[in-house]
Design a protein around this ligand. Structure first.
Ligand code: NAD
Length: 350
């Protein structure tokens, strides 16, 4: 196993691994451990080059630092990527080699599943290192993060309703949900129970249809869901849905969903603000999953503790909205400030 460090400004440690025996080609980026060990998922993707893989892991690991800082998980930010096709190139020896690579960082980085990897892959990783989360519940782990992400998103939407309408009552409020997958389905069930009027879309039409039948929601064509007239638009599928093209056509008062990287660019946050649309920064509202995992890292996993901590997302968002108003900045700039201040305070205690 050949491990080489590739120093990057602003990152604590970035290492690359090539293992001829298993075919592993991977990169781990530890962005910042000021607040705790760096935790972030392991992505498997057929990157065209090492440079593409490094670019992605740098961006994602920094994002994890900010997400964990605002959610107060006691964790830092990191991420890892395997270069390879998750549909055709997965083997036990590949993930065991990845486990040894993770272990070589001696606890500075803790891994988890992500796009292209699964719980089964993490079970192989676990054979070589204890620095892995997201294993099956019967292995003492915190299990599927999606219900927690959905709960946090639901509570975050409540914080948005209160901010915009002065009450967090869902009765008479309409919510358009893009994506009825793992998180979307749990979220829709919370919204339905709370009395919201639902518009649902998924490119796998049967998912939206089934959920609409169970909740009395209305199915909308995926090409139209972003532009439905509603109180809340909840993107729960893809990133970059707020962009130059979509922005003028949005007909909502709030954007609050679980998808990562909802804004194509940071300045789209300011454009939403100018358009009078309240934006719940994605990494604040979708932190339920990482919060749940952080309970597992702290010690024995405890569901009650996880729920109590996920509920803080409501307050975290209220604080972000306050700062945005006080300083006259977009909500995404405000959440970045919260993260940066938390990191600075810990780095230089009074
Ligand atoms: P998922 O793959 O289970 O669900 C996504 C759904 O969106 C799928 O049903 C898919 O068919 C649908 N979809 C894709 N493109 C669409 C489109 N153009 N229009 C309508 N529907 C479309 O994924 P998930 O785990 O539910 O995650 C959803 C989003 O939340 C992702 O962006 C993910 O990165 C983010 N997220 C998830 C978690 C988690 O705990 N799972 C945590 C944080 C963030």
């Amino acid at each position: 196993m050949d491990i080489t460090e590739i120093p990057q400004e602003g990152y604590e440690k970035v290492v690359k691994c090539e293992d001829a025996e298993s075919g592993l080609k991977a990169v781990i980026a530890v962005h910042n451990t000021t607040l705790g060990p760096a935790l972030g998922g392991l992505r498997m993707w057929p990157y065209a080059s090492w440079d593409d893989a490094v670019f992605d892991v740098l961006r994602l690991s920094k994002g994890m630092t900010y997400k964990s800082a605002v959610a107060d998980t006691g964790l830092g930010g990191g991420k890892s990527v395997i270069i390879g096709n998750p549909k055709t190139e997965k083997t036990e020896s590949l993930f065991r080699a990845m486990g040894r690579f993770v272990d070589s960082l001696e606890g500075k980085y803790i891994t988890a599943e992500d796009v292209g990897t699964s719980v089964a892959d993490m079970v192989h990783v676990r054979k070589e290192t204890t620095r892995v989360t997201g294993l099956p519940r019967d292995m003492g782990s915190s299990g599927d993060p999606s219900p927690w992400t959905a709960l946090g998103t639901f509570l975050g939407i409540k914080a948005c309703l209160e901010e915009v309408f002065g009450t967090d009552d869902f009765n008479g409020r309409s919510v358009a949900v893009q994506g009825c997958g793992h998180v979307g389905e749990f979220l829709v069930n919370h919204l339905h129970k709370a009395g919201a009027k639902l518009f649902l879309a998924d490119i796998q039409a049967e998912k939206a249809q089934k959920l609409a039948e169970a909740t009395g929601g209305t199915v909308v064509d995926p090409s139209e869901i972003l532009f439905v007239e509603c109180d809340v638009l909840a993107p729960c599928a893809l990133g970059a849905v707020v962009n130059d093209e979509s922005l003028p056509k949005l007909d909502t008062k709030i954007i609050a969903g679980a998808a990562n990287n909802i804004l194509l660019r940071e300045d789209h946050g300011q454009r939403l603000r100018e358009a009078g649309i309240l934006y719940a920064p994605d990494y604040v509202i979708n932190a339920g999953g990482i919060i749940n995992v952080s309970i597992e890292v702290e010690g024995e996993y405890d569901e009650v503790k996880a729920e109590a901590k996920v509920k803080n997302i409501y307050h975290a968002l209220k604080r972000v909205f306050e700062i945005s108003k006080e300083r006259n900045i977009s909500t995404n700039e405000a959440s970045n400030l919260v993260a940066e201040e938390r990191l600075a305070r810990k780095a230089t205690p009074a």
